[in-house]
Design a protein around this ligand. Structure first.
Ligand code: NAD
Length: 371
């Protein structure tokens, strides 16, 4: 694991609510790798969301956006809260995150669904169906029916109205997300399933055609196809058959939430959004927990920091190719849970509830032990 290199620049945007609390614990994991001379990071911090509005009058300044564009990776906490709810739409904290995603052109959204042995009971499915589950859904994020034209509600000549949205994908839009998914599969179990409705939608036929063509560049990855309705069934019937799934914006939206529920708590779910690769193969990337700023528990040292810590593990794996280190973090989280450590959101009645800081301490101790 001796890969000490110091040009990994990470912009940390902790945000609002529980953001700073959970981020503090994730940053301790980066400090651990630095201290043990395993991997070093050039970390800088910035403001986003309500805290950026309070300081600068906007949820994301151009200067912070430029720093995000220049960084190797952005680690994001959460934004929003009641204090800023009455602001005009364009100044709302969430606009800061949406602007980052749009300006960085983050077209591939990665949502892993990983079941930790100790939490397998929290799944809505039977333990044997989900124990050991580790799948990744890659959702196209900037195209498809949510953005396609024509769109709107129009009145017909006979006075009745109709609502219109258009599923439209160019070959280039499909190719870039499919390539990203192949590359991710190469870093995992090397199986990619492309999900569409090619039986009833021409855009789905094009997805299949492009995936088949691109496959030639990824000989080590096995490619399969599945219709989206069948995929929804298979996710709740036998989810462990999947490694990486790649799909459109709409199907990915539905299937990733479905897969998330296989794993239990919101406080455990990491995510990533990736942009285009540069000449060196490096992609713009933003890593963040799936949950929001949880204003109901903010500032109380109650939040579960594991989704943020696991987002950091994704950053190690996908932005820096530090696979052993990512495995180490995930292993430490697994060991921490196996030893019974629980924050309130994942504790069952009668179990001791750890603070955010104590959960961070437990992960750090497990990391030290795992070396
Ligand atoms: P939320 O995810 O913040 O909270 C939902 C529930 O889950 C709450 O009861 C909360 O206490 C709990 N929860 C969430 N994360 C937790 C964690 N790490 N540990 C323990 N419990 C946790 O969603 P919400 O209440 O709908 O939204 C609150 C604010 O967050 C809003 O302003 C919303 O706009 C914003 N939001 C931001 C993001 C983001 O930054 N990406 C995402 C969703 C919502």
């Amino acid at each position: 694991m001796a890969k000490a290199r110091s040009n990994r620049s990470v912009l940390v945007l902790a945000g609002d609510g529980i953001g700073p609390e959970i981020m503090r614990e994730a940053m301790r994991v980066m400090e651990f790798f630095d201290r043990r001379r395993i991997a070093s990071f050039e970390v800088s911090e910035g403001l986003v969301g309500g805290s950026a509005y309070d300081a600068d009058g906007v949820p994301l300044t151009d200067a912070t956006l430029a720093r995000a564009q220049a960084a190797d990776a952005v680690l994001f906490g959460s934004v929003g809260g009641p204090r800023w709810e009455t602001l005009p739409f364009e100044l709302q904290p969430e606009r800061g995150l949406l602007k980052l995603r749009k300006e960085m052109d983050l077209f591939a959204n990665l949502r892993p669904a990983q079941v930790f042995e100790a939490l397998a009971e929290a799944s809505s499915l039977k333990r044997d169906l989900v124990a050991g589950l580790d799948l990744l859904i890659v959702r196209e994020l900037t195209g498809g029916i949510y953005f396609g034209d024509p769109r709107g509600i129009e009145t017909m000549p006979d006075g009745t109205r109709r609502g219109i949205n258009t599923e439209v994908y160019t070959e280039a839009e499909i190719e870039r997300v499919v390539r990203a998914a192949f590359e991710l599969a190469q870093k995992r179990a090397k199986r990619l399933c492309e999900v569409d409705k090619a039986n009833v939608m021409e855009s789905g036929l094009l997805w299949r055609e492009v995936a088949n063509r691109v496959k030639a560049d990824y000989a080590d990855v096995e490619l399969s196809f599945m219709y989206a309705d069948n995929c929804a069934m298979q996710l709740v019937r036998a989810p462990k058959q999947f490694d990486v799934i790649v799909t459109s914006n709409l199907f990915g939206d539905l299937l990733s939430d479905c897969a998330a529920m296989l794993t239990g708590s919101l406080g455990m779910l990491p995510s990533a959004s990736l942009g285009a690769a540069d000449a060196q193969g490096r992609r713009k990337a933003l890593y963040e927990p799936v949950h929001g700023s949880a204003p109901d528990i903010a500032g109380k040292d109650l939040a579960n920091p594991l989704a943020c810590v696991l987002s950091l593990a994704m950053m190690l794996r996908y932005s820096f190719d530090l696979r052993d280190e990512a495995d180490l973090v995930e292993k430490a989280v697994r060991a921490t849970l196996a030893a019974g450590a629980r924050t309130a959101d994942i504790a069952r009645s009668g179990e001791t509830r750890l603070s955010t800081r104590s959960m961070g301490d437990a992960v750090l101790a497990a990391l030290e032990r795992a070396l």
